[in-house]
Write a protein that binds this ligand. Sequence first.
Ligand code: DP6
Length: 337
Amino acid sequence: MQLSDSTPLCAEAVAHPNIALIKYWGKAGDLHTNEPAVASLSITLDTLQTRTRLTFDAALESDTLILNGQRDERRLPRISEALDRLRALGNTSLRCEVETENNFPTGAGLASSASGFAALVVAGNTALGLELSLREQSMLARAMSGSAARSLFGGFARIALTEALNPPDPTFGSAYAQPILEASHWPLEVCVAVVSDREKPVGSTEGMELSRHTSPYYAPWLEGNNRDIEDAERHVRARDFEALAELSEFSCLKMHAMAMASRPGLLYWHGTTVTAMHEIRAMRAEGIPVFFTIDAGPQVKAICAPGYGDQVAARLEGLPGVQSILRCGLGEGARIV
Ligand code: DP6
């Protein structure tokens, strides 16, 4: 295909954030390859979404990024780097206009990089006629942001290091995500307690590198990962809520303990984060099937068994410091719209 004629090449894609129940925190190699040091398992959400339109156009002199209707220079370098990966595959030097909208706060620990880069890859694949397989798209998204590899798929997905390509593919690297089960297998509900919509002080990439190089708990974090991922997949297949709740909170607390023990320590939680964690544990003690998970930000994600979202949302909404509750079910993978 000739990509240098004057007709702009466009495509638009939608992707949803995903939430890891077994967390990814740590890189195996350099930042360019962005191979994860641990396997992870996630659920893809439905109502939160990123919608991205790409226009590769010979009339453009440079890449531009328009995020939620505003030009964004600060995030542009990372987006241009991601576009370079697409351009290399499409054998083109066309510059690109990226128009992207999130219907939820960006960069606040709500996995906007996962949905953002997944949408970018899917739109880029179509706009440039790359015809990449889903696995290749997942690997490309992983190189841009590790968690984005999982947003290619709906329902339950995992990145299993035991299945990573060895030796690595020269273009795509090693690790990719795979779908495990569809959303309909176990339609969990998610209530996100938004504690702050401010951007997190230390981004995931920087935080992970800090933990890798300074946290005394980093080595044991890597060691326990294989077992966690195998157990989590078994609990999901068996729809064993109690077992998944215990294991998922363990993975979350272990990740934060290791990150807190970095130097300087990474403290993503606010007071309200801890209040919400206690409330979720209290609900579980009362017999309500719910557990928490928290990423690189202060928001608390309450994962509920099907049918319990209303009750959990009402309890979290009443807590001092909780700004709002975002309600989600499990959704589809990234797609062209
Ligand atoms: C805490 O995927 O944002 O949300 O690969 O450096 O872009 P980079 O990191 P990113 O990290 C996500 C970390 C997490 C846990 C998870 O989603 O697994």
